[in-house]
Design a protein. Structure first.
Length: 100
């Protein structure tokens, strides 16, 4: 399974420099359409997306994207709680939970 990234040219630049091959550059106007196509790409297991761009989605599509398991859509840049909740939902375990 590969890691992919979707977003503006500025957002994906660092991922490209890190060697990601699956890069989807989009604009706010085409974001939802490109995101849905990216989610259908075979071999993509994790799709990194700018957290603020997810606000561009319609409520139904946003719910579908955030609940997706294949690929797992990981919002980047919205804080630790989003990533924590995504990992918890995907594997069923809270990896960040500290023993009491």
């Amino acid at each position: 399974m590969d890691i992919a990234v979707i977003g503006s040219e500025e957002f994906v630049l660092g991922f490209r420099l890190a060697g990601l091959r699956h890069v989807f550059v989009t604009t706010p106007e085409t974001y939802q359409e490109v995101l849905l196509k990216a989610m259908e790409e075979p071999g993509v297991g994790v799709l990194a997306a700018d957290g603020k761009d997810l606000d561009l989605l319609s409520p139904n599509v946003r719910a579908k994207v955030l609940d997706s398991i294949q690929p797992v859509v990981v919002p980047v840049g919205r804080g630790e709680t989003d990533l924590r909740e995504k990992v918890k939902r995907a594997i069923g375990v809270d990896l960040y939970k500290e023993d009491e």
